[in-house]
Design a binder for this molecule. Structure first.
Ligand SMILES: NC(=O)c1ccc[n+]([C@@H]2O[C@H](COP(=O)([O-])OP(=O)(O)OC[C@H]3O[C@@H](n4cnc5c(N)ncnc54)[C@H](OP(=O)(O)O)[C@@H]3O)[C@@H](O)[C@H]2O)c1
Length: 271
């Protein structure tokens, strides 16, 4: 059996990792969620014999240490792969120098995104490291974003999502720091960007069509992002497509990739 833990598995990309990984009965798949009873979309797979659900908040040391004890009881003390997917935009999608910003709110968003998208990576990794050290694969995957990539920002001129980008940039560096520290133990640590992914099917109330105003805003953002990849079709990936591509990357990466930020394509084609 190969064991996988996926955080943020109640919906979106995390849930799709659980769906795809659980299709192989030789995998033991553990879904970490904040609230199992409220994870309604997960219920369609949580009854499968190779799926286990564990609760924890990735920003809480106490709950993640308790989750690690529960996972050890399920797997017999080891863990092969961890996919640290929980995260997202804390607050708005603001830039840093927007004159309409209230400075106190901006600082709050910077701290919130740093905690949710970067500090959580250290809490989760360290809580599960004793299990991962006993695992066979020794792969630690931190789900990140090109929004936290300096070159993507330079190429596109995209100033938005700044507090989130700061959090993901820190996460990318955290991947590099773990990569060098754990290299001698045979670990591969990767920051992995899933692409632009449509997760609306597992978000309550978000299946409605975007407004004209939203569409104009998206188009203006896409006009910037396309500069990083001129052949981009301006369409988000389906969650199924993004996750199957990410799983291929996770399987293919080796020591030479450790510490990198790669896209769902296994390179720097982010979209
Ligand atoms: N979708 C995209 O286009 C895209 C692009 C680039 C990067 N990403 C990254 O990919 C990851 C997944 O994104 P997504 O679009 O699937 O997001 P999503 O649909 O908003 O789902 C986020 C997941 O994270 C969980 N979560 C949030 N805060 C948590 C916490 N403190 N502790 C434990 N779980 C927590 C949520 O649980 P609850 O149900 O309890 O809220 C949910 O399961 C994120 O790291 C995101 O930054 C996404």
């Amino acid at each position: 059996m190969t064991s996988y833990l996926v955080t943020g598995a109640s919906r979106g990309i995390g849930l799709e990792f659980i769906r795809q990984l659980s299709q192989d009965s030789k995998n033991t798949v553990i879904a970490l969620v904040r609230n199992a009873a409220k994870s309604v979309y997960l219920q369609e797979v949580s009854d499968l014999p190779n799926v286990h659900v564990v609760e924890g908040d990735v920003t809480s040391v106490e709950t993640m240490q308790k989750a690690a004890e529960e996972v050890a009881a399920i797997t017999g003390g080891s863990l092969d792969y961890i996919i640290e997917n929980a995260g997202g935009i804390y607050g708005s999608d603001t830039s840093l120098a927007d004159p309409s910003n209230d400075l106190a709110s901006l600082v709050n968003e910077l701290k919130g995104n740093f905690e949710l998208n970067a500090v959580s990576g250290v809490i989760t990794t360290n809580a599960f490291l004793p299990l991962l050290r006993k695992g066979k694969a020794k792969k630690i995957i931190l789900i990140s974003s090109a929004i936290g990539d300096i070159q993507f920002t330079r190429t596109t001129g995209f100033a938005g999502n700044a507090p989130y980008g700061v959090g993901k940039a820190a996460l990318n560096f955290i991947a590099q720091k773990y990569a060098v520290e754990l290299a001698d133990e045979g670990f591969v640590v990767l920051a992995l960007s899933p692409g632009l992914v449509d997760t609306s099917s597992t978000k309550e109330g978000e299946q409605t069509q975007p407004s004209e105003e939203d569409l104009k805003k998206f188009q203006a953002i896409f006009d910037q992002w396309v500069k990083s990849q001129p052949d981009w079709d301006r369409k988000p990936l389906t969650v199924q497509d993004s996750v199957s591509k990410q799983l291929k990357v996770i399987s293919a990466v080796g020591p030479n990739d450790s510490g990198k930020l790669l896209s769902q394509n296994g390179n720097t084609a982010w979209l």
